[in-house]
Design a protein around this ligand. Structure first.
Ligand code: G3H
Ligand code: 13P
Ligand code: ZN
Length: 314
């Protein structure tokens, strides 16, 4: 049983210049695809559940699936995180449900209010050995109704706020907006991250784990399949993998990936339906989708540099 919080993972990731993949869980096939790759590559793992996932599948089903993953993989350190908790009550509920990490995302609130609510979550979570991720800056993306970043400078955290925020709130890791956004349409023109900002923040918070949201690469392999088999995703664009690898070496200890999972599953399902229009057995299209997720995650673990690092994170 290797249910852990993220402390040791982040300590090792920071020290050794890699990032731990945080993958969003919405159903059994997605989760099985992730863990098969992770177990094969012996990587540390963060599984995370969003409010949307909980609304779709219910926390009891998701927790049951995650519990099987934990029980069957005692050699893999696994943290379970609430993704984008919107208030204290939601965070409290996930702490009480046995999550080992919660994100309080009060980044839309004024700076002082963000500190205040984060501090309240930290006090509750820390008394139960649960770690807290907070967020600074406007990330952009679907949740914030900003689709596609055109001017990176509008979507970055202010490096002059990070020290005060971390000291006053007591958070364990910090998601810093650096030009990424959620979803499959991250950039309007060329994909560009604010590496100067990441570096400045890292210099102000040496040794402190940073988190990158919106890190999917929107792989053309899957977008092309989707478009080939009846989909319509023009101008889909993600974070180039070289940029993700570079950020992982700059203190970004947790890298969030959801969209790439969705694209892999969708692409394979579309392909099966196009090639076998008579197919009606869900196992015959969800199965290939699950395999595509496994291959994609396996590749991603190399991009993040966390393959083979499970043992040192225990
Ligand atoms: O935060 C973004 C994640 O991709 C979760 O998205 O709220 O649709 O589950 P969701
Ligand atoms: P993507 O949409 O790039 O996969 O980002 C997911 C995320 O940040 C979840 O919190
Ligand atoms: Zn996010």
């Amino acid at each position: 049983m290797a249910l852990v919080n993220t402390k040791k993972m982040f300590e090792m990731a920071y020290k050794n210049g890699y990032a731990v993949g945080a993958f969003n869980v919405n159903n059994m096939e997605i989760t099985q695809g992730i863990i098969k790759a992770v177990a094969e590559k012996k990587a540390p793992l963060i599984l995370q559940v969003s409010r949307g996932a909980r609304a779709y599948a219910s926390i009891s089903y998701l927790k049951a699936i995650i519990n099987v993953v934990i029980e069957e993989n005692p050699d893999i350190p696994i943290a379970i995180n609430l993704d984008h908790g919107d208030n204290f009550e939601t965070c409290k509920q996930f702490v009480d449900d046995g999550f080992t990490s919660v994100m309080i995302d009060a980044s839309k609130q004024p700076f002082e209010e963000n500190i205040e609510v984060t501090k309240k979550v930290v006090e509750y979570a820390h008394s139960r050995d649960v770690v807290v991720e907070a967020e600074l800056g406007q990330l952009g993306g679907i949740e914030e109704d900003v689709v596609g970043v055109d001017d990176v400078s509008k979507h970055v955290a202010d490096p002059n706020q990070v020290v005060e925020f971390v000291e006053k709130s007591g958070c364990d890791s910090l998601a810093v907006a650096c030009g990424t956004s959620h979803g499959a349409y991250k950039f309007k023109t060329e994909p560009k991250l604010a590496f100067d900002v990441i570096q400045e923040i890292e210099e102000k918070l040496p040794g402190f784990p940073l988190v990158m949201h919106g890190s999917s690469s929107v792989l053309s392999e899957f977008v092309d399949l989707i478009n080939k088999y009846g989909g319509d995703m023009p101008n889909a664009m993600g974070v180039p993998e070289e940029a993700v690898s570079k950020a992982a070496k700059m203190g970004m200890c947790k890298v969030n990936i959801d969209t790439d999972l969705r694209l892999a599953l969708t692409a394979k399902i579309r392909q099966v339906f196009a090639e076998k229009p008579g197919e009606f057995d869900p196992r015959k299209y969800l199965g290939p989708g699950r395999e595509a997720i496994q291959e994609m995650v396996s590749h991603k673990l190399d991009v993040l540099g966390c393959a083979g690092k499970a043992a040192e994170c225990m």
